[in-house]
Design a protein around this ligand. Structure first.
Ligand code: TYM
Length: 337
């Protein structure tokens, strides 16, 4: 039997709900790829604490994120769906990789530059600086071949490749597999509904611009009806001149399985009101089953925790094997048992 290619991806449990960007930019790809790949999906709580988190809320958001993975179609008996902090090897490999990462190299990560600029130097933690190195550890521990992500993570996957290449050159060519990012061009970036030139983001400044997977249907519909468009009234895709309408068209197309030109034709000469109403139906139709299934799963946290525990055992087995090789190659003395 040929082995399926290994896939790895994760999301931060940094909000009560995932948003349309997470769902369309990543989760939909995960769902499609899980049957053809040996897939590992983590809830990256260790990444989430690189900015301040309330402990009780973090625990709850971690469960909520896992529940949404399952509700959106990730099968935890086939894919390995687990919580990052349950597998200590992530922190251990990250430490080793920190020692081969250049200070300047880490400082060039655009996400770090953005986030640290917003927070100011004193509020910015060393953890936030080292964040992409922990992400490299996530990916490399599992000998990952493909990493499906939105385009904001591309630079981090490139750093991961650089670190793997560097480690392999110094300590043994077959230590790490070099991972490839998988980025779906059309959906790599979903934009904020109120500010359609900025990406939809968990830390977005415009609550009305973010479509949460767990929003009540009436809230989702209201946000879509109020989405920023433009004054020419034409439902036409033009990213540069009509960013609001183009973003709505992308969301419509992905969630309905119809092409953008089909949708443009259907709404030609009909104005934005009709278009938005139809889009609201499409989005609610896609999100509502996920929302109700996620809430059902969250009603039984003990069962959810049990599932995550079983999956963490599976993840640990793979991760520990890689870590043992790494420790050996860098010259750590083996502990006598
Ligand atoms: P995070 O939690 O910010 O986002 C999770 C996934 O959603 C994608 N995404 C988007 N895609 C399209 N449009 C958007 N507006 C949008 N916003 C977010 C992200 O690209 C991502 O795929 N560092 C990662 C988590 C991580 C990880 C990993 C990913 C940690 N270790 C290992 C892959 C492999 C992050 O913060 O994603």
């Amino acid at each position: 039997m040929t082995q399926k290619p290994r896939l790895y991806s994760g999301m931060q449990p940094s909000a009560d709900s995932l948003h349309a960007g997470n769902y369309i930019g990543a989760l939909l790809q995960w769902k499609d790829l899980q049957s053809t790949h040996d897939a590992f999906f983590s809830v990256v709580d260790m990444h989430a604490i690189t900015v301040s988190q309330d402990p009780a809320e973090l625990r709850e958001k971690t469960r909520r994120t896992a529940a949404q993975y399952i509700a959106a179609g990730i099968d935890p008996s086939n894919s390995t769906l687990y919580v990052q902090s349950h597998v200590p090897a992530h922190a251990e490999l990250a430490w080793v990789l920190n020692t081969i990462t250049g200070f300047g190299e880490a400082g060039r990560m655009t996400q770090f530059k953005d986030k640290s600029q917003k927070q100011g130097a004193d509020a910015t933690s060393v953890g936030l600086f080292a964040y992409p190195v922990l992400m490299a550890a996530d990916i490399l521990l599992y000998q990952t071949e493909v990493v499906p992500v939105g385009d904001d993570q591309k630079q981090h996957v490139e750093l991961t490749r650089d670190l793997a290449t560097r480690f392999n050159a110094r300590f043994g060519a077959d230590t790490f597999v070099l991972p490839e990012p998988v980025i779906q061009r059309e959906t790599a970036r979903i934009y904020d509904l109120q500010n359609p030139t900025s990406k939809m983001s968990k830390s977005g400044e415009t609550p009305a611009g973010i479509l949460w997977l767990l929003d009540e249907p009436s809230v989702t519909a209201k946000k879509i009806m109020r989405a920023v468009t433009d004054t020419d009234g034409e439902v036409r895709f033009d990213r540069e001149h009509k960013p609001g309408v183009s973003n709505l068209l992308t969301i419509f197309s992905v969630l309905s399985g119809r092409t953008i030109s089909e949708i443009e034709q259907e709404f030609a000469g009909r104005g934005y009101g009709d278009f938005k109403k139809a889009l609201a139906e499409v989005v609610v139709g896609a999100f509502e089953p996920i929302r109700s299934r996620a809430l059902e799963l969250l009603d039984d946290p003990a069962e959810l925790d049990r599932l995550l525990g079983v999956n963490a055992d599976r993840a640990s087995e793979v991760a520990e094997t890689t870590l043992a090789t790494v420790y050996d190659r860098i010259g750590f003395l083996r502990r006598a048992r």
